[in-house]
Design a protein around this ligand. Structure first.
Ligand SMILES: [Zn+2]
Length: 163
């Protein structure tokens, strides 16, 4: 009968009752899952928490505990807070990049508008008009993509030269 014990009862070296509270969430084929949770929370605390929860919430509670216990084993000081704050930093970084890109779009649209209002001749302000914006005056939102293509072509040219 030992092979039918759940991972929790197996590790705690006890009989696994047929109504074992751990059995649905800690199957015997994944002992590591219980081992981390036991190490961080303690088996009796996990059992108590599961008993206090309605059955339909237990699965979510266990996957949360498994995630947090894994994070705590990997990072004993910060646990999953470490992962959260590093993701938060990534979000902050990406948001500032997005703000810069949006400011560039506004800036380029204003340049385009001023070159159009001055008669559409690019020669009036050569330092303010990129070659791409001259070709895409009717579609302001395209200019960034066109710029990318120009940059790609320039890079290709460079790699051709280095060959
Ligand atoms: Zn069990």
């Amino acid at each position: 009968m030992t092979s039918t014990r759940c991972a929790a009862c197996k590790q705690l070296r006890r009989k696994c009752p047929s109504n074992c509270i751990f059995l649905p969430y800690f199957p015997p084929n994944n002992p590591q899952r219980f081992s981390y949770v036991h190490r961080i929370y303690g088996a009796s605390n996990v059992g108590k928490m599961l008993q206090e929860l309605p059955e339909q919430q237990r699965g979510d509670a266990v996957s949360s505990m498994v995630y947090e216990a894994n994070a705590r084993v990997r990072d004993p000081v910060y646990g999953c807070v470490g992962a959260i704050s590093s993701l938060q930093q990534q979000i902050d970084h990406l948001q500032s990049q997005l703000a810069i890109a949006q400011a560039e779009v506004v800036h380029m649209r204003m340049r385009q508008f001023s070159s159009m209002s001055s008669g559409g001749t690019a020669g009036n302000s050569p330092e303010n008009v990129s070659p791409s914006s001259r070709h895409t005056q009717t579609q302001p939102t395209m200019s960034l993509f066109t710029m990318d293509m120009v940059v790609d072509q320039a890079n290709m040219g460079e790699s051709l030269w280095s060959c």
